[in-house]
Ligand binder design. Structure first.
Ligand SMILES: [Zn+2]
Length: 149
């Protein structure tokens, strides 16, 4: 069962709540692009690992809500569509970035520079920046909503 709820981080009303099982819920805010889940207790093992494996900036951007869950920026990667990721230098100075994937040329496939079976690459030339509350526009830019589930 999925519902839209109010985001505890930004107060927007387009926070996508997903019930994985009876005990587990996840949230992804379509406005601010931050995500958390019931296993993301601040200072818990899951959050520690997530922060350690993320860019340094994520530590500063971490938001802890009133139920002690830690929210971190989402990263969306769809190999044949594109990527949406947080691009910034400080906790104040960042944007959402969308990059569309493009088809590899036959030459590139023949060059074996890309893993076997890969037909697309992220084209950094068409990187587009979006505001901190415009995560959904970045998703739209890469064609996220046209993905068949
Ligand atoms: Zn939000």
């Amino acid at each position: 069962m999925d519902t839209l709820t109010t985001c505890k981080r930004c107060g927007g009303n387009a926070c996508y709540e997903q019930h994985i099982d009876e005990a587990t819920k996840t949230w992804l805010c379509m406005a601010c692009g931050f995500t958390t889940s019931t296993v993301m207790q601040d200072n818990g093992a899951v959050v520690k690992t997530a922060v350690e494996s993320s860019p340094e900036l994520y530590k500063d951007l971490k938001f802890v809500d009133d139920t002690n869950l830690a929210w971190l920026p989402a990263t969306i990667t769809i190999p044949e569509k594109g990527m949406v990721f947080l691009d910034g230098t400080t906790a104040k100075d960042w944007v959402w970035a969308g990059v569309r994937a493009i088809k590899l040329t036959q030459e590139e496939i023949d060059s074996k520079k890309y893993p076997e079976g890969h037909n697309f690459k992220m084209d950094m030339q068409n990187l587009k920046q979006f505001g901190q509350r415009d995560f959904m526009d970045a998703l739209e830019y890469i064609g996220f909503f046209q993905v068949e589930m």
